[in-house]
Design a protein around this ligand. Structure first.
Ligand SMILES: CC(C)(COP(=O)(O)OP(=O)(O)OC[C@H]1O[C@@H](n2cnc3c(N)ncnc32)[C@H](O)[C@@H]1OP(=O)(O)O)[C@@H](O)C(=O)NCCC(=O)NCCS
Length: 163
């Protein structure tokens, strides 16, 4: 498996992975996480802009197809450089918004490779720290992030209106 910057040609496949990420979160807590029925198409359009944004980083994890002719998009990350945010008491940082690896390739080190390459890229872009949010129900992702050196810092809480 290899990691590289995403190109426009990758984005149809990446949009489908992003839909998987959206659906996973909706399954964790449908009141907190939005229902986005056409998230794949929306992401494809959004990321087409973000791959041109010097403050954003979209990487893909690729795997050669069995016949060796083509490569398959097996995962992606999406991150951005962010300025100081006084409301969050958070100084300039990079935010890792999305990481996703296809079901059939999980548990083979692809997620770790993708995360490491993303952190290297963000460091090159000048990020003094990287901040991410992980669902409290997402043990697998939390273990991956902990192995890469992330520590828990904030706990988001949500209360649904009682009306
Ligand atoms: C989180 C996610 C990206 C991890 O991707 P992955 O490719 O499975 O990650 P890795 O293979 O590097 O690590 C996963 C597990 O496989 C293990 N593993 C890695 N290589 C292995 C190998 N060669 N043999 C056996 N186990 C291996 C890791 O130790 C890890 O074990 P753990 O979960 O018990 O701690 C993936 O599960 C995913 O896309 N999930 C859905 C999206 C998601 O949750 N994103 C995070 C949102 S915050």
């Amino acid at each position: 498996m290899q990691v590289r910057r995403a190109t426009k040609e990758d984005l149809h496949a990446v949009g489908k992975l992003a839909l998987g990420l959206v659906q996973l979160h909706e399954s964790f807590d449908p009141d907190r996480f939005m229902h986005l029925p056409n998230a794949d198409k929306g992401y494809e359009r959004f990321l087409a802009r973000e791959i041109e944004n010097p403050e954003a980083c979209v990487l893909v994890l690729t795997q050669p197809e069995a016949d060796g002719a083509q490569e398959k998009i097996a995962g992606y990350t999406y991150s951005t450089m962010e300025p100081r945010d006084y409301n969050a008491l958070l100084d300039a940082c990079a935010k890792l918004h999305d990481i996703f690896v296809t079901d059939d390739l999980r548990g083979k080190g692809g997620g770790e490779l993708l995360l490491q390459r993303t952190l290297e890229e963000l460091e090159k872009m000048g990020a003094p720290r990287v901040v991410l949010l992980a669902s409290v129900k997402n043990d697998v992702a939390q273990r991956l992030f902990t192995r890469a050196g992330f520590r828990p810092t904030m706990m988001e809480m949500t209360r649904t209106s009682q009306k």
